[in-house]
Every structure is written in C-alpha cells, then in structure tokens.
Design a protein around this ligand. Structure first.
Ligand code: CTP
Ligand code: MG
Length: 245
C-alpha cells in the first residue's frame, strides 16, 4: 500500500499577477508549494511526492522542497504540461509500480489541513475509488446557454438555461484521491479527448465521471481555498495568521 501525491505547481499564476510563478510566491515567508508539501507530509498518509514545475524551473522548485526538514518523504520534481490536466498526467507517469492510491493536490491550495487530507485518503482506502472534498455553495448558481450564432445577444449578455437546486451543489477543492488504476484510465481517456476536442479538465474527478465511474464527495474545508487572485492571497494570509494563533 503506497500513496503518491501529485502536487501541481506548473501554472504561471496569471490571475494572481505577481512576478513569480504562483507556487513560488511566498506566504509568510514560505512558497505556496512548500506549505502544501508540508501539509501533505504531515497527513502521515502520503509516502512520496511528485511536484510539477513550470518549464525551466524544475531545479528551482527542487531547491525549495529538497532541504525542507518538514518534507520527510521522497520528492521528485518534473516539468508540467501546458494545461493542469497534462501536468497531472506528467506526474502520474512517474508513479512507481507499487503505488495504489494517488492524491492530486494544487500548490494553489497551500493550507489544506492534514486531517482533511488524511480523511480523503482513508475514504479511498475504505473502498471508495474516487474521493473529493466539497463545500456547499452560498450563491444561487445559474447555468447559461452556450453562445448561439442564430440568436445574437450583446457582448456580456448570456441567456439562462437553468438553475440547479442549490442544496445539491458543491464547490469542489483538492486534494482529490483515487485508486491509481482508475485515475490512469481516466487520464488516458481524457488525453484522447483533448487531442480531438481541444478540451482540458479543470479537475481530475471530472475525468473519472466521464468514464461513468462514481465519485464521492466528503466535506471540504475553508482552509483548502484556492489562491487565484491577489484578494485570495491577502485573505489566506489572514487565515494562516489566525490558524497560528
Ligand atoms: N497547474 C499546473 N500546470 C498547468 C496549469 C496549472 O500544474 N499547466 C497547476 C497550478 O500550478 C495550480 C493548479 O494547477 O497549482 C490550479 O491552477 P490555477 O489555479 O489555474 O493556477 P495557475 O494556472 O498558475 O493560475 P492562472 O490560471 O491564473 O495562470
Ligand atoms: Mg490556470
């Protein structure tokens, strides 16, 4: 029984707008990727880490992770791909033969608590092959219709197609954990679709859903929020300060 965590850190952080790739931006002095790696290690259920780095930054990312006393599991850094999906696939291709559970986590979610990570992996080990964290949503969410060339609408105006029942919606986070064979199959099918449809999934669970396999949601956590914009960054800095107190 070996659990590998793939930590995606190959994005550029365009929406954050700092002059460093997002995973290397320091949060209270520590790069986001290091916060995430420490918490994966602290969960006690992760045996090894594969981290995806932006092209050209593989050795810079290794330097950050290699000598950290709190990251006590073996770490391999690989170059990511052009999309998150292809970065995860690059990480997955490095899984050793004995790995049976794979956790996929974003460096952009630096504070996901160790207890939450543990619970997700344990739920996979109890026999649920795909487990993801999710939080109820507070806003009413509308599905809008795809743009229709037959029905000209002004820029920025969309037609509502439907309103999903809010109590059944979840805002999904990472880490997401999977039976290794299932995730490999899901990525193979996803890569084949990406070749013809130019689509990339924004999470791994959706690739599993596309196979028709079940995915299970467990409670997410506010601390697992994603840093996307500068506002998120300042908010998470405050959460970290409160957590330390
Ligand atoms: N990611 C990745 N490889 C990519 C794109 C994204 O490994 N080609 C990772 C990011 O490093 C991040 C996670 O996927 O940890 C979620 O992506 P996102 O929040 O979109 O981060 P960025 O792509 O870096 O940000 P932006 O889209 O604003 O450029
Ligand atoms: Mg992105």
């Amino acid at each position: 029984m070996t659990t590998l965590a793939i930590l995606t850190a190959a994005g550029s952080g365009t929406r954050l707008g700092f002059d460093l790739p997002k995973a290397l931006v320091p949060l209270r002095g520590l790069p986001l990727v290091l916060h995430a790696a420490r918490r994966l290690t602290a969960s006690g259920v992760v045996d090894a880490l594969v981290v995806t780095a932006p092209n050209g930054l593989v050795s810079a990312m290794s330097d950050v992770l290699e000598h950290d006393p709190h990251v006590s599991v073996p770490v391999v850094v690989v170059a990511g791909g052009a999309t998150r999906q292809s970065s995860v696939a690059a990480g997955l291709s490095r899984a050793r033969a004995d790995v049976d559970v794979v956790v996929v986590h974003d460096a952009a979610r630096p504070l996901a608590p160790a207890a939450m990570i543990r619970r997700i992996v344990e739920t996979v080990r109890e026999g649920h092959q795909a487990v993801i964290p999710g939080l109820p949503v507070v806003d009413t969410i509308k599905l809008v219709a795809p743009r229709d060339p037959q029905r000209a609408l002004p820029d920025g105006v969309d037609r509502v197609a439907s309103t999903p029942e809010r109590t059944l919606l979840r805002a999904v986070q990472t880490p997401q954990a999977f039976d290794r064979a299932l995730l490999v199959r899901a990525h193979a099918a996803g890569a084949a679709r990406a070749r013809t449809e130019a689509t990339a999934a924004t999470d791994d669970a959706s690739l599993v859903e596309a196979l028709g396999e079940e995915v299970f949601v467990v409670p997410g956590h506010e601390l697992a929020m994603k840093v996307t914009t500068a506002r998120d960054f300042y908010y998470i800095e405050k959460l970290l300060t409160e957590e330390v107190r």
